[in-house]
Ligand binder design. Structure first.
Ligand code: DGJ
Length: 533
């Protein structure tokens, strides 16, 4: 078997190390291609103000501690263009040099017109010039803090700076240390669903663009008649997405790296209150607007700070779409969030990043961890460590077949799924030996039984073989249809060499008699099912 076949790659994927990273989509599944091969971003995002050379020494040890292969880090407009037309890429070069020295890939977060909706990261000459770069107007004609997406002057200035950044990467990063770029950060506006100033008057009264009408299957009309109570928000979403798309397209024309946008999420199961949500952002209920308005954006991505397991499941479902690769560019850095790594993998995620991961003394409680103690860091680090050696294979296989993953639900109940002929059941809070129900062997409940830890992700390798990774979980495989001849044939711990599974040891006896129970040491296993004749 040739090397390509073993890797599951078609010939044309044969790539130089310098092939520009991109996303491929096949059968509604996705992979991020880095150096010509699928890559799983085991990432961490630094704190907001860690985008300076002085902070980097407190960043890299944390990335290593986490076994992360990718750093997500801001590059701010105010930082690269402090005076109009005068650019300073000193930090970007330092970042490239140090990332290479520390063997990390980079996702640059472009903090431009919007950062958590605000213009805080624009240069002073932008912030202070409201005539040239106007803020939005509220319903009663007052200035709102957020810059309006309705002005070409603002768009052109942001675009110019972004294009310079992408030009710098084209010229100084031929090895593609930077693998992806986030355009803006949590765009939109709170408490003001659109710009109510004169610049919006005619467009708001005009027709909804035909392409959007077609996509949504609506009847043509103006914004109010098509969108009713959500009209202001739909209008702002369209114009914000068009604005970001133009910037992204101009950047990609220089260097076509994948570009995504992140969403400040709204409640998962209701239509958001247009005054409460970051109106304009790519929340799950307006993804179709973004898809039509922003074709240059490769992914809309959820920032997850909601700890409720049911809500996280809904977010992951909403963003994992055939037309949208799932990427979790931010998730809280508290211990409870770590288990969602497995659930994201089960949804085919191309990357995952806890937020606020550096040693600057900032941990973001109560949004994030109270402190970044060892228990917290291990919860993220150990799954990354176990996955690191097989991440290319995992990403390759996830492009080929759908998998499944789950995190311990808040109520600790069992979770199960059927993949092909076999059902996989995850239960939580089990000791390693025996059954909870046994009365002859007394034990106290496992200490982690009530803790928000535990999860598993599974990918089929063939009809009867599965790859799995998990922790604080017991996993049982069984025939989907009752079949007394069905059994687990082998459970192997191992790794891949050039795309081929290599067994390091076989798990048997106590390690498999009660299901496969993994506690605090996540491990990659291959499970083979079968039936005797
Ligand atoms: C989401 C933003 O995108 C991040 O930059 C950061 O501000 C977090 N919220 C909060 O810590």
């Amino acid at each position: 078997m040739g090397a390509f076949a073993a890797l599951g790659l078609a010939g044309p994927c044969l790539a130089q190390a310098t092939e520009i990273p991109h996303i491929v989509t096949r059968g509604g599944r996705h992979a991020l291609i880095v150096d010509g091969r699928p890559f799983l971003m085991l990432a961490a995002q630094v704190n907001n103000s860690s985008n300076y050379a002085s902070a980097l020494p407190r960043v890299w040890p944390m990335l290593d501690r986490l076994h992360a292969n990718t750093i997500e880090i801001p590059v701010a407009w105010q930082q690269i263009e402090p005076r109009e037309g005068q650019f300073d890429f000193g930090f970007v070069q330092t970042l490239l040099d140090q990332a290479r020295a520390h063997d990390k890939r980079v996702v640059i977060l472009w903090f431009g017109t919007w950062k958590n909706t605000s213009p805080a990261y624009t240069p002073d000459w932008v912030k202070l010039d409201n005539r040239r770069f106007p803020r939005m107007k509220t319903r009663d004609g007052k200035d709102h803090d957020v810059l309006s997406p309705m002005f070409r002057s603002t768009l052109e200035a942001d675009k110019r700076a972004f294009v310079r950044l992408m030009t710098y990467l084209k010229e100084h990063d031929p090895q593609n240390t930077v693998i992806m770029v986030q355009a803006e950060n949590e765009v939109g506006s709170y408490r003001n669903p659109r710009d109510f100033g004169p610049a919006s008057r005619a467009p708001f009264a005009g027709p909804v663009p035909a392409a959007l009408i077609r996509k949504l299957g609506k009847r043509p009309g103006d914004w109010s008649s098509v969108f009713g109570a959500q009209a202001d928000r739909a209008f702002n979403t369209w114009h914000t997405a068009r604005y970001v798309d133009e910037i992204a397209a101009a950047g990609k024309a220089v260097k076509p790296l994948p570009i995504f946008v992140n969403a400040a999420l709204a409640g998962p199961s209701n239509v958001p209150d247009p005054d409460g949500v970051a109106s304009g952002g790519p929340q799950q209920d307006v993804l179709d607007i973004w898809k039509v308005a922003a074709p240059s954006i490769d992914a809309e991505a959820p920032d997850i700070y909601d700890r409720a397991s049911g809500n996280v499941a809904l977010y992951l479902d909403a963003y994992a779409r055939p037309d949208n690769p799932l990427l979790v560019p931010e998730i809280g850095n508290a211990r409870d969030f770590a288990r969602y790594f497995y659930e994201a993998l089960g949804h085919g995620a191309i990357g995952f990043a806890p937020f606020g991961m550096d040693d600057t003394g900032f941990s973001n409680y109560p949004l994030g961890a109270r402190t970044l103690d060892d228990a917290t860091l291990d919860a993220f680090a150990r799954p990354y460590q176990a996955m690191a050696g097989v991440m290319r294979d995992w990403a390759r296989l996830a492009l080929e077949r759908p998998g499944w993953g789950t995190a311990r639900p808040d109520d600790g109940s069992d979770r199960q799924a059927t993949l092909g002929d076999w059902t996989i059941k995850a239960s939580f809070g089990e000791w390693q030996f025996g059954e909870k129900s046994w009365s002859w062997l007394k034990s106290e409940p496992a200490p982690w039984a009530e803790e928000p830890v535990g999860g598993v992700a599974v990918l089929p390798l063939s009809a009867d073989e599965y790859l799995m990774i998990g922790d604080h979980v017991r996993v049982r495989f069984a025939s989907a249809k009752p079949d007394p001849r069905a059994m687990v044939v082998r459970v192997e711990e191992g790794h891949f060499t050039a795309g081929t599974w290599m067994t390091d040891r076989v798990w048997n006896g106590d390690q498999t008699d009660y299901g496969i129970t993994i506690v605090d040491r996540p491990v990659v296993l291959k499970v083979t099912m079968g039936r005797y004749r």
